[in-house]
Design a protein around this ligand. Sequence first.
Ligand SMILES: Cc1ncc(COP(=O)(O)O)c(C=O)c1O
Length: 391
Amino acid sequence: MNTKTPPYRPPFPGPEGQEDMPYLLTPGPLTTSRTVKLAMLADWGSRDVEFRKIVGDIRKRILQLANCDSSYECVIMQGSGTFAIEAALGSLCPGKRRKTLVVANGAYGDRAAQILERIGRPYLKIDKGDSAVPTVDEVVTMLDADRAISHVWMVHCETTSGIVNPIEEIGQAIKLHDKVFMVDAMSSFGALPLHMVALNMDVMVSSSNKCLEGVPGFSYVVLKRDLLEASAGANHSLVLDLFDQWRGLEANGQFRFTPPTHALVAFDQALKEHEQQGGVEGRGLRYQRNAQALVAGMHEIGFSTLLDEGISGPIIQTFLTPSDPSFRFEKFYEALRVRGFTIYPGKLTKRPSFRIGTIGQIDEQVIAAALQAVRDVLGEMGVKDFTPLEN
Ligand SMILES: Cc1ncc(COP(=O)(O)O)c(C=O)c1O
């Protein structure tokens, strides 16, 4: 057994006492509260009545948070967010004659298209690169040009850059055209308002380890019951079949296959804390304060952001890589981690950039300490020129 103390030590305890691990300034897995972690110190029987009640409560609570009425269902899937995305696409998107339109402006939109390609479902894509917002006109033009489009898939917060897409306006146009409106709200649900009934949204997908601040292990699809019922037998996969999963949950409150019991009880606790902390509004405001403090501090240091002001949400911020030859991302990343802050490794955007998440159990105090760590590390590296690298 490795008993060595990890090299990282957060410089001070966070809002609820962080373990001896770095703060995760990432879009998930993220830093969870101590009480969410403690909820996992029990081994639940997946078929026991108490556990099945927790699963039922979670499904109900998700429906409430998405502002659903009784025509919607919540189906929990084992696995990360992409499992629920593939489940939704495979169960609901047409296989022939009809098509799905994917509105993409980053890696997660691209991934939905990649899944449709892999499972042989016809699709078209609007590709906005990775830092531009899609418009109503662009979507309507596509819908008018190809009457075979029956479904539209959009990402709410495209975590590649942190851009928040205008799902309200575009959703309204999609519904006026009578199409099935499907949204990947993975990194926004729980912190940005989402009103499925008001938007007439048919399908929404999210996961346990984002803004509701649970741990990784499962994802969920919220969708209209009539679509779910009509999907019987449509999925290409046994484990990802939404209809079968729903039937199992409805029949006896049990999963068809081993559920992530610890992740589910932790999520139950996370939902309680979400409510105590002011629900979607409270969470969104805290993340906004984090994001504002981070961007202001990074600007002060000399960094530029990838996105124009106003289109970036409070979830994750993308900063352009400085052209100073002494800046090396790997070194920057590692030196921050040793100081107690894990930022997001790797670039997803086309321009050289890196990202820092502002979600999870962190507040402005943590952001201020992270900014101090950034200053110290840049000083050590000798970085002076913050002019962004172009390519
Ligand atoms: C918008 C969005 N969609 C999909 C995913 C994929 O989720 P996962 O990595 O949990 O499979 C992510 C992950 O960050 C995301 O942010």
